[in-house]
Design a protein around this ligand. Structure first.
Ligand code: GAR
Length: 207
């Protein structure tokens, strides 16, 4: 099977990144992470990446005049590393339209809520504050909007009495660690077909 080259973008702890790396190492995803990019120098995900022998770089947004030129540098690095699929894993910046165009239908994001509810950077806290009884995890393709792209996988998670942001996020993480590798595997197997807003999951080929 052809190996799919991944570029992973992070801003923080990087537990999803590490979980994806482990899934690859253990042969569950036919892929290779060719580069990890962080927009924060202190992101612990950079340490996790290097612990797994991955090429990991910090690209400082402050060194660029605007989002467009920052994203151009990211596009350059991702292309230099022959990336087929861009994986946003706790990456807290909105990517520019040019970035979306450069990797159209080849950018995935994971979001800690059931989109279109609670988009943005505090999905867990926002759902909790709203008082919902059910929240969840969404994996979607990235388009020009804020968390608006076609949905690939979703899973619901009940909010329990007494939950705080930390306890709820912990259960969300457990689901993320299953859903994100699954979505990446489907992409790498060529089984995701985008039809307008809908993502069709094709059956596994028997060859
Ligand atoms: C994850 O829960 C992810 O869903 C969320 O950030 C966390 C990153 O954790 N992403 C967003 O909120 C994107 N808007 P990690 O760094 O440990 O993988």
């Amino acid at each position: 099977m052809e190996v799919c080259r991944l570029g992973v973008l992070i801003s923080g702890s990087g537990t999803n990144l590490e979980n994806i790396a482990i899934n690859i190492e253990e042969g569950r995803i036919p892929a290779r992470i060719t580069v990890v990019i962080s927009d924060r120098e202190d992101a612990y995900g950079l340490v996790r990446a290097r612990n797994h022998g991955l090429h990991a770089v910090f690209v400082d947004p402050q060194s660029f005049p605007d989002r467009v030129s920052y994203d151009r540098e990211l596009i350059r690095i991702l292309r230099e590393n022959s990336v087929d699929l861009v994986v946003l894993a706790g990456y807290m910046r909105l990517v520019s339209p040019e970035f979306v165009e450069a990797f159209r239908n080849r950018i995935l994001n994971i979001h800690p809520a059931l989109l279109p509810s609670f988009p943005g950077t505090s999905g867990v806290a926002d759902a909790l504050a709203y008082g919902v009884k059910v929240t969840g995890v969404t994996v979607h393709f990235v388009d020009e909007g804020l968390d608006t792209g076609p949905i690939i996988l979703q899973e619901a998670i009940p909010v329990l009495p007494g939950d705080d942001v930390e306890s709820l996020h912990q259960r969300i993480h457990e689901v993320e660690y299953r859903l994100y590798p699954e979505a990446i595997r489907l992409f790498c197997q060529g089984r995701l077909k985008v039809e307008g807003r809908r993502v069709v999951i094709l059956d596994e080929r028997e060859d």
